[in-house]
Design a protein around this ligand. Sequence first.
Ligand code: CMP
Length: 138
Amino acid sequence: SKDAIILRRILVLQKINLFAHLSQDDFIRLAQIVEEVTYGPGEVICKTGEFGDTMYGIIEGNVRVHNGNETFAMLGQGDCFGEMAVIDSGPRSADCTSTDRTVLLELQQDQVFAFCFQNIEVLRSMMRVLAERIKGMV
Ligand code: CMP
């Protein structure tokens, strides 16, 4: 049933660290709008220099953040990526490739901003992630 799908979605969304502070109502709303996408092993999700206006939360699986052979980070369940291009509307800063079967939550830029405005904790989490990644780069 539709309710069962929404319930399952809520359980999945609660695994995303960025949403740790959302209320039950927020989760219900989010569950109705988000898209889930599945990638097979070794699929390129985003490519350095390409423009994109989506960010992702990892529900299941692993994603390698890299530029060619140089690996910057390995991300797993609960992590997000793609936030940089969403924030600055600029090109992707790295390649992101699934290492195994990977299920992602896909959020459009306007959805991300709407959630940031609705819930300041989402904005704080996103800024924290961004700061940590920038510090890691220098
Ligand atoms: P974006 O630039 O939109 O697309 C590539 C993504 O890889 C980027 O957003 C971040 O989410 C992620 N990323 C880039 N560099 C790093 C890093 N050093 N550590 C972790 N994640 C990164």
